[in-house]
Design a binder for this molecule. Sequence first.
Ligand SMILES: Cc1cc2nc3c(=O)[nH]c(=O)nc-3n(C[C@H](O)[C@H](O)[C@H](O)COP(=O)(O)OP(=O)(O)OC[C@H]3O[C@@H](n4cnc5c(N)ncnc54)[C@H](O)[C@@H]3O)c2cc1C
Length: 505
Amino acid sequence: MSDLNSTTSPPSVPVELPQPIKKKIVLRRSAAKEVFPPTPKYKVEQQQQQEQSILSSESLKPSCRHGSITRFRYLTEKNENESSSSSSSSLLDIKRIIEIEFQFDKEDENTFKPGDYLSIFAPNPFNVVESIANRLNLNLNDRLDIEMIVVQEGKVVNLPDNLKRANARTIGYLLSHELDICGIPSKRLLRLLGENASDQEEKKKLVHLSSIEGKEDYNQMIGNRITLLDLLISYPSISNIPLHYLVDFISPLVPRDYSISSSPLSSQPRHATVVFSVVDMNINQKEIKGLCTSWLEDKCNESILNNIQQLNIDNNNNNNNNNNTTTTIINNIPYEIKPTNHFTLPKDTLKTPMIMIGPGTGVAPFIGFLSHLEKTKQPDLKLAETWLFFGCRSESYDFIYRDEIESFVKNGTLSHLVTAFSRESKDQSSQPLGYVQSKLLNHSSQLFNLITNNNATIYICGDAKGMAVGVKSAFIEIVKKELKMMMTNKQMKLFLNGLQIKDIY
Ligand SMILES: Cc1cc2nc3c(=O)[nH]c(=O)nc-3n(C[C@H](O)[C@H](O)[C@H](O)COP(=O)(O)OP(=O)(O)OC[C@H]3O[C@@H](n4cnc5c(N)ncnc54)[C@H](O)[C@@H]3O)c2cc1C
């Protein structure tokens, strides 16, 4: 997510033509060249437990609040065929987007402001935890005693946070909550697996994957979303991996952030809404699911099936959005409210125009901003201009929050709405297909004026690699076009730096 506070004055007219940007080449040591096995960092002991019910008491994550999902709704049409679709132009691969209303822990004194995130700590799927434990002969109920044995400059270093939490808890807890066992296997982990494969062919292949020479095969492996469990199944001779290396070579499991899409004034006290796109795809006939989004979707669907305190189903189908809202109580969702210092509303919303660019679920924080402005604006005072550039694939299927956005326009909270549909729009003669980047260029002179004369704040939220890069290039194009000038690479860089890019997802 980025907040471009465009305070730069436009660059002066250049004398040179743009030069190709020189790339800095960074050479990394491959895991295969490391001294192996390295000196262990940790001492890990396992103590057998008598009780068999330890795991259930460890389903909660310590040092973390637990909240509840109190309501959810699909903002897009549910489409059974989407994950198996291979056609890039097809509308069948529209993602499922779900909004959840989240209730914070009763004891949680923290509140949020528009622009803040909700961090959700999803556990690894239990079938994966169980399979890995079985394959490595680990007993999920065994209690761990983890100690740091590395000494740096005479001082014993502290355990990393994830291992601190896992200390004195069980292996089941460690694998469920603290290690990213479903994530991308690192080269060091591949080397460790290779060194512990008794079959020479398997050893050779795994060590190759961890080497510089094996880079292409490693990238292909990642592209195919091969996980630790896949490797343990495909290379059956791997055995006896010391636990102290596993906890070192598998990254900590990290929470997933979601921008809050409500105002603290618009929802019930201690409630916030977030919206997420379910990561669910098919690669080589294998279904690949995002850890957190699938966990949340499964929880929502289970709650319907189990009818857990389901109070009300409100069937309200409007504008082709499937607005079926399910009211429910799904407890024990580990979370944290993450405040942001930079992605905030301007201090003076009467004077500072806002240019918000948020395709797809990137619109979430802007719904929060606009809801907050709607609640706080004075009837007799006019807000500075507010622009929203929203984009999605199809006007009919995934124009999320359409009702809310149109109501912001009607009541004057949003002064300009610009939409971009990349695959389908209802009226393609008046609304050609395209992306938000190109729509920015259509409003070049107005945006240039807002940036240079009115000190507008530009907010970008969404895909960092594709859209955000395109949006930044579009702003450079706008400046070049409006000043009728060329820009050198140095000037482009200065211009972008002047926009104060702070954070992107
Ligand atoms: C500040 C911030 C705000 C955000 N706000 C939102 C928001 O409002 N809404 C929203 O939908 N998202 C948001 N995100 C993104 C969100 O945090 C998650 O990254 C996203 O939901 C995916 O999470 P997941 O656990 O479901 O998927 P993951 O399991 O994390 O998978 C994500 C990707 O990683 C790849 N991957 C996973 N495992 C492997 C493997 N073994 N090998 C190769 N590749 C692999 C997958 O292919 C997938 O494409 C935000 C992110 C940030 C940083």
